[in-house]
Design a protein around this ligand. Structure first.
Ligand code: MN3
Length: 255
């Protein structure tokens, strides 16, 4: 049994730029027609308006983060895959990332970085929402008490994993092989779904926090901790509950 402290071990986590324009929710969706018709992996639309997470996460940040940063990962993932005609793949992005060894070496790093970027962001947006709930109530709430003592201690530990992740990366909450909740962080766009050899984060993830500067710099500048604190106002607990139940029942991740 590993100690909680071990789960909080820091990992080396780099940086990105900024730009954009204001669009309505309807326009956002039309904007997604920028997805090329033959893209194997499309940019998945947000399930809420850019301003739905205000004031915790401002509309401009959501817009640029999704429409520019995430879109770039998606485009580069598709470019990498189409650059190697010998590689034919018809499964999901989740499956692809969980078995990177099967990806030709020539494009493997590009798939890891950009596929990870595409997947991690889809997972991130779906774990957030204009939620009225401030804490989980069902089985996940119980599991948090069991693993962390109480909600405040859990909040402190997950926040610390996010704030202390050096450089750019992600903090994660997930379920380990024994069914216990676990916290870790990964550098760059690595993800627990890539397996423990790559991510050093052995879990089925149920929530992630993006700590790349592009996730918060417009509103919070250097104050990563203030962004992490605000994330707690916009967690989609229903989604996390569903992910938790699926992880326990089927041993599978749910986007
Ligand atoms: Mn990001």
């Amino acid at each position: 049994m590993k100690s909680r402290r071990e789960f909080l071990k820091l990992s080396a986590c780099a940086v990105v730029g900024i730009a954009g324009a204001g669009l309505s929710f309807a326009e956002q969706r039309i904007n997604l027609s920028t997805n090329k018709k033959n893209m194997k992996f499309p940019l998945v639309a947000l399930e809420y308006a850019y301003d739905a997470l205000e004031p915790s996460i401002d509309a401009k940040t959501v817009e640029i983060h999704h429409d520019k940063h995430q879109a770039t990962y998606v485009a580069k993932l598709n470019d990498a895959i189409s650059s190697d005609p010998s590689f034919s793949y018809n499964g999901s992005l989740t499956m692809l990332l969980s078995d990177l060894g099967k990806v030709p070496e020539k494009i493997r790093t590009a798939v890891r970085n950009n596929g990870g970027g595409a997947w991690n962001h889809e997972f991130y947006w779906k774990g957030l929402g204009p939620s009225a709930e401030k804490a989980p109530s069902g089985a996940l709430g119980e599991a948090i008490k069991k693993s962390f003592g109480d909600f405040e201690n859990f909040k402190k530990q997950l926040s610390a994993a996010a704030v202390n992740c050096f450089g750019s990366g992600w903090a994660w909450l997930g379920v380990d092989k024994e069914g216990n909740l676990k916290i870790c962080s990964t550098p760059n766009q690595d993800s627990p779904i890539m397996g423990s050899e790559i991510a050093k984060c052995d879990m089925i993830p149920i929530f992630n926090i993006d700590v790349w500067e592009h996730a918060y710099y417009l509103k919070y500048q250097n104050l990563r901790a203030a962004y992490v604190d605000a994330i707690w106002n916009v967690i989609n607990w229903d989604k996390l509950e569903a992910r938790f139940e699926k992880a326990l029942k089927d041993g599978k991740v749910m986007l």
